[in-house]
Design a protein around this ligand. Structure first.
Ligand SMILES: Nc1ncnc2c1ncn2[C@@H]1O[C@H](COP(=O)(O)OP(=O)(O)O)[C@@H](O)[C@H]1O
Ligand SMILES: [Mg+2]
Length: 260
């Protein structure tokens, strides 16, 4: 469904975030991207969503090159934008409609879909947004805004859903609902997180990014989460110092300090 071939990407004059990153995502896979702050998770999702483009290497969506030129072609852009949706880490930027209702049906309406009410019911209700349908999104709390942004993306019923730290401001019940919903759906999902429990529940495959955007691991989630040396190398586990008797011991811990 999505292929990255030796992708090189740097933000302006900064050192490259990725040097020759290659990976393939198959249709229907639920992939989690794990990595510490600043390792490139959000950058990778933006590349996958065709918002930024590699300086070298290639990205292909269902065999078609995902380039600036391809996305300036109306037909391809329309198809890609309806099939591939990204939930930003800070979704406030995504909200611009006068009401929650308008926000959620905006995408489907742009695509000329007829079943707007059914989509609203299907995605706004389970997220608890029903009482707020007529509210302006800017008056909602951070977590509620993230739910609106999520409902607006799900209402598109995309083939490829990219999630950037979805558990950062959603409450546990909404994260649970989201995981169940995504696991039941045929949708291909790529979710960046540093929440190890979310990774364990959602993903079957996990990519671990280390320093310098290096792909440290690509394989089953369970094996990654059991590999303390890998988690430590990716700064996802922490070596504590304990004083025991007179001696100083170090002890490797995996924490799940909640969301972000
Ligand atoms: N819009 C941007 N402009 C310049 N540099 C950026 C931008 N976004 C991210 N970066 C840099 O790219 C690197 C990777 O960031 P990011 O992809 O946001 O990491 P993560 O999501 O894993 O925390 C960081 O060094 C960050 O400072
Ligand atoms: Mg990020």
């Amino acid at each position: 469904m999505l292929e990255l071939e030796r992708v090189v990407f740097a933000w302006e004059d900064k050192p490259p975030v990725f040097k020759h990153l290659s990976l393939h995502i198959q249709a229907g896979e639920k992939v989690v991207i794990l990595g510490a702050n600043g390792c490139g998770k959000s950058t990778l999702l933006k590349l996958m969503n065709g918002l930024i483009f590699p300086q070298a290497g290639a990205i292909r969506y269902q065999g078609a090159a995902l380039t600036k030129a391809a996305l300036s072609e109306r037909h391809f852009a329309r198809r890609f934008r309806s099939e591939c949706a990204l939930l930003f880490q800070h979704p406030e930027a995504m909200l611009f409609n006068p009401t929650v209702r308008e926000e959620i049906v905006y995408g489907p309406r742009q695509l000329g879909l007829a079943d707007l009410e059914a989509r609203l019911e299907r995605w706004a209700r389970p997220l608890g947004l029903w009482p707020q349908l007529d509210s302006p999104p800017f008056l909602l709390s951070g977590g509620e805004k993230q739910k609106v942004a999520l409902a607006a993306l799900l209402a598109l019923e995309p083939k490829l859903l990219l999630l950037d730290e979805p558990s950062a401001s959603l409450d546990p019940a909404s994260v649970g609902w989201l995981i169940d919903t995504l696991l039941d759906a045929e949708m291909t999902v790529v979710a960046a997180t540093h929440n190890l429990s979310l990774a364990a529940e959602l993903g079957s495959r996990c990519l671990v990014l280390g320093e310098g955007g290096r792909l440290l691991y690509d394989g089953p989630v369970e094996a990654a989460l059991a590999d303390l040396a890998l988690l430590e190398a990716a700064h996802l586990a922490h070596r504590h110092r304990h004083r025991h008797g007179g001696a100083l011991h170090t002890h490797l811990h995996v924490h799940d300090w909640g969301s972000s």
